[in-house]
Write a protein that binds this ligand. Structure first.
Ligand SMILES: [Zn+2]
Length: 182
C-alpha cells in the first residue's frame, strides 16, 4: 500500500479497492495507519514519509481536485489539518511544518486521483536534499509506533475525529505493537 511513492501505484484512477485512500478507511486503524476519522475526512500516516509523523488528510470521497470538495469537506480538511498540527506539535515538537496538496501528476501527486493534503513536520537541518532527489528516507521509528503515539495524543487532546481503537484490546498479529495503555 503506497501513498506517495511510485511504489505499488494503483493500476487505474478509479475509485474502490484499487485506490489506497478509498481502501484505508475500511481497514483497522492499525493496519491502515489511520490516526483519526472525521465525519467526511480521515487522517492517515504516510507509508513513505518524508519525515517522522508525515500525515495526510483525505476526504473519504474519491475526488481528485481541491475544487471538487464540497464546502463541508473543505472545512473538515482544514479542521483536521489544524488538529494534526496541534497533535504533532505536542508529540514531536517540530520547528516547522510543510502543508500542501500536490494536485495532478505534474503537480507531484503520487496518487493523483484521490485528493490528500500533506502535513509534514520539519526540524531545522532535516533532510533538505529530499525534494531534490525525490526519495524518502529510512526512519528510525516504526510506523506502527508512530501511529499509536499520534492516535493516543489525538484522543488525549480531544481533537475531532478521535478514533476509539487506538489501543488494541485483543492482540493482533503485530510483533511490535504498542504496549497496552489504560
Ligand atoms: Zn480513492
Amino acid at each position: 500500500m503506497a501513498y506517495i511513492g511510485g511504489e505499488n501505484k494503483p493500476p487505474s484512477a478509479a475509485a474502490g479497492s484499487g485506490c489506497p485512500f478509498c481502501r484505508a478507511p475500511s481497514l483497522e486503524d492499525e493496519d491502515a495507519l489511520v490516526v483519526a476519522r472525521g465525519e467526511l475526512c480521515f487522517v492517515v500516516l504516510n507509508l513513505y514519509p518524508y519525515n517522522p509523523g508525515h500525515l495526510m488528510v483525505c476526504p473519504y470521497r474519491h475526488v481528485a481536485g481541491y475544487v471538487d470538495l464540497t464546502p463541508q469537506e473543505t472545512v473538515e480538511v482544514a479542521t483536521l489539518t489544524q488538529s494534526a498540527l496541534r497533535v504533532l506539535a505536542r508529540v514531536s515538537n517540530p520547528s516547522g511544518f510543510n502543508l500542501g496538496v500536490n494536485q495532478g501528476q505534474a503537480g507531484g501527486a503520487g496518487i493523483a486521483a484521490h485528493l490528500h493534503q500533506h502535513v509534514v513536520p520539519r526540524w531545522t537541518g532535516d533532510a533538505n536534499f529530499l525534494p531534490v532527489i525525490g526519495r524518502t528516507k529510512a526512519l528510525p521509528e516504526l510506523l506502527a509506533d508512530t501511529r499509536a503515539k499520534l492516535a493516543d495524543a489525538w484522543a488525549a487532546a480531544g481533537e475531532p475525529g478521535t478514533t476509539t481503537s487506538t489501543t488494541s484490546g485483543s492482540g493482533s498479529s503485530g510483533s511490535s505493537g504498542p504496549a497496552a495503555r489504560a
